[in-house]
Design a protein around this ligand. Sequence first.
Ligand code: GCW
Length: 688
Amino acid sequence: DGSKLWLRYQPLSAKQVKSLSMVISSVLIEEPGDCTAITELQYAWKQLTGKELPVAASLKDYSLVIGTEKSKLIQSLGLQKELQTLGSDGFIIRTMKSKGNRITVIASKGENGLLYAVFNLLRNIQLYVPSSNILRTIQLGSSPFTFDIKEVPSYKIRILNHWDNLDGTIERGYAGHSLWKWDELPGKLSPRYKEYARANASIGINGTVLNNVNASPEILSNAYLQKVKALAEVFRPYGIHVYLSVNFSSPAALGGLSTSDPLNEGVQQWWKDKAKEIYGLIPDFGGFLVKANSEGLPGPQDFGRTHADGANMLADALKPYNGIVMWRAFVYKSSMEDRAGQAYNEFTPLDGKFRSNVILQVKNGPIDFQPREPFSPLFGAMTRTALMPEFQITQEYLGASNHLVYLAPLYKECLESDTYCSGEGSTVAWVTDGKLFPHPLTAIAGVANIGEDANWCGHQFAQANWYAFGRLAWNNELTPEVIADEWIKQTFNQQKEFVEPVKEMMLASREAAVNYMMPLGLHHLFAWGHHYGPEPWCTVPGARADWLPSYYHKADTLGIGFDRTLDTGSKAVGQYFVPLRNDYNKLKTCPEQYLLWFHHVPWKYKMKSGQTLWNELCYTYDKGVQQVRGFQKTWDKMESFVDAQRFHEVQSRLKIQSKDAVWWKDACLLYFQTFSRQPIPYDIERPV
Ligand code: GCW
């Protein structure tokens, strides 16, 4: 079953255990003594080899030496200076010689680093321990089966955002109800809390926002803070800090004040008192996440103040305790202004006005977690403000937990996008991870896809998206290929006949979803409210225009697409740096994957393939359908490699996905055909 996620530690073969014992045969730990890293190491070792790893009293051949910079042994190995460069979470795993002994050293500055190192070591052992007697070099070392690993995470804060409500439901959650049993807390602790913390620590996640950004003021009541404290205590040994989403009107709604104006002294004091109360209970509390003046939520603008006024007031309250504010830039109003350009227009004038413990949390694209969007132009545009990317792991716009869509390619596409803000090479990754602008804060957030389903994420393959987010947050240079490979091998098995086709399927799956849902830059063709299926024709009397698909596709008899160009359109393209601005602005140079995002294009426009736009749309939708049928065939062949439960679960969901893909194709093509007035080519699977 899927409950163990990627932490299955399947037993190594006798040969593998033998080769491993030629590298590590005992463990020696001086400082910090008892710690989660050691518990995890021993647990996994037993699973992998069938035996405990003997604890040595002194250094000998094949010792695994573990310690922080405080350890005398680590100091005697001359690693101290190097450890200073690793920050609190970084680590070294290195094979060395000491007094004639061949040893492996795991060292870090703080205890969290050791935890990440142990999980790294265990991953390497599982993925690369040679199955023959011939010892091999793993990672970067030069002698046989040598470790020479030094890692420092890309982002200081690697955080999940749970959109979990206090009544146990999850906004956009597709894996059952919330893991957090608010009614049982703080008295009763579900065993899954610890499992959750372990899983996160194993991929380097070090923070979690427990509650929905559409936040209930109640979360800050003392009764709830006691519950939060109980969770924080379970998470602490795994290096996970707890954060909360807060409602900006809490002083009025919860505290009974007459206002929540951030410049009001009573309001400021209320937040200061609240911070004191929180830190009295949870000394390592991380801070607040705030959705303000967005989708009807309260915020500083209700009082004629700016986002900076609001964020800074909270930041000042948290500052004495080293807490931070993650202030979301996901704002848009029902107005004549193009929604895609609104966040940029609202936030860029505030650049430089935020406190140093404020970070702006920016969704990867300018609209809303669509199957494909260009990156948000805010990245690179605010050089004096710390910015963090927000990705969605839960598949609100990607088939919920019915569709197999591996999201590492989507995350990576954004991180790798060149903003050109400081010339070529100014990628979103570099803009946000501190390489280009030295902000004291760096962070990255993922909206969690976790619920109380036995397999945690609804779809077995949705676990890969949680895994991929964590791995990219740790190292934004990893490739989707490497991450998929790691995940498949740990979650299923290492047989090449399984790993290769399944990896190929995963890597193709995001593009397939784009193809059958909204190719060529189309966006937001989703059904009203639930965002699962297609409804490009949707009309709702009295509804906001920007909540209807017609706002985004703008199909008419002349063509289709949103004109965001400088001359005839909304001008939102002007928010990108040169050369993107010019490239996107011109029909001829705009990448076709963003064509209908930036342009209203005639149906008969000639695409690079030589096809008309209309035909290209038809072929691309059809391609998406055929890709999913291909995934079904691939998976069917995997039956003998997987346990029956997981095999059937995935198989049945792929059936739904392929039916849905046809539904998307037929719905969109038949609807758009009423405008294009062109025939659907005979060589595609035609609507029935
Ligand atoms: O797109 C919207 C989602 C909302 C969500 C919002 C946000 C939490 O449909 O459900 O609210 O994004 O990110 O704040």
